[in-house]
Design a protein around this ligand. Structure first.
Ligand code: DON
Length: 305
């Protein structure tokens, strides 16, 4: 039976659909080939109910929204202290792909920029590259509550063109933040970014974080509550890159965006929100994704900070 949230979700989609601003990411050739105007919005509650509107079954690559989940797995594998010794939790105010370390700590400033995310990938446990990726893919699948797979074409496109990320990997190796072969960590990062999801998957991944690390549909525990707290804190301060301040002021929820056009936001204890719309603003955030979250936050009074 439809209720007031169904109506609000449909209303927000109708309003934001008019917005054709922004451009597709084109620095990875395969991302420039997607349909630019698809749009979906899903909300999943911590009791497992999903509200959806638009085209929620369209698949797109998770891209940078993978970063908090890989960070969470690194925290589970190595513990808070070992990860904190490698990755800070300070907002950088820099673009996501900045080739930079904090000049004082000589660590990546946070796990949401590429330098921190490649470091998180280097901390995933496993005997070899295949096992590390499989653990990561299974972990993402557990958040979504269904088997997720990598998009081979996007992975190949990113691996062919990802020179800047390789430069970041080798910089991390030269500062001993990564102590193994940096190309392995960068390859795992390319693979994690190329996992295909739907907007509904993303809403359930967000709802798992909102539900203290337990998937609200399958009831599987994916991340310990104290680590969820850490992941959500870093998403709050760093998830929207150099637009993080505006986001906190206007939407007020921990969030993460990706250049595939996805945005994920979390209202702890209550709901996970996901939007997909591929046209991006100058920060690399989905234009309609940001607009839809702003509208929803206002209409449902979600701003909790
Ligand atoms: O590092 C990259 O280039 C991408 N695969 C992921 C970047 C991304 O999604 C940035 N977010 N807005």
């Amino acid at each position: 039976m439809r209720n007031v949230v169904d109506d609000i979700v449909a209303e927000v989609v109708a309003v934001c659909r008019e917005n054709r601003a922004g451009a597709l990411a084109d620095y990875i050739p395969e991302l420039a080939a997607v349909a630019p105007d698809t749009f979906s919005l899903c909300i999943a509650t911590t009791d497992g109910y999903v509200y959806e509107s638009g085209d929620p079954a369209i698949e797109f690559t998770i891209q940078s929204i993978s970063k908090p989940f890989t960070y969470g797995l690194a925290l589970s594998d190595r513990g808070l202290a070992a990860v904190a010794a490698k990755i800070d939790v300070e907002p950088s105010g820099e673009p996501f792909n900045e080739i930079s370390l904090d000049p004082i700590t000589e660590r990546p400033r946070n796990p949401m920029i590429n330098a921190g995310a490649i470091t998180s990938a280097s901390l995933i446990a496993g005997e070899d590259a295949a096992e590390r990726f499989e653990r990561l893919r299974t972990c993402f699948s557990d958040y979504a509550g269904r088997e997720l797979v990598m998009n081979d074409a996007v992975y190949a496109s990113e691996a062919r063109t990802g020179h800047r990320n390789r430069a970041i990997g080798h910089m991390l190796r030269s500062f001993d933040i990564i102590t193994d072969n940096p190309d392995d960590a960068v390859d795992l990062y390319f693979r994690q970014c190329s996992i295909d999801i739907t907007c509904r998957d993303l809403a359930l991944m967000a709802a798992t974080l909102a539900n203290n690390g337990t998937n609200p549909v399958t009831q599987q525990r994916v991340l310990a509550p104290d680590l969820v707290e850490r992941v959500l804190s870093v998403m709050t301060t760093c998830g929207m890159y150099d637009a993080a301040g505006d986001w906190v002021a206007e939407v007020g929820l921990p969030a993460k965006s990706g250049v595939g056009g996805g945005v994920l936001a979390v209202l702890p204890g209550q709901i996970g929100i996901a939007v997909h719309s591929p046209r991006l603003d100058s920060h690399g955030n989905s234009v309609r994704g940001v607009q839809a979250c702003r509208e929803l936050s206002k209409k449902l009074e979600l701003h909790f900070m």
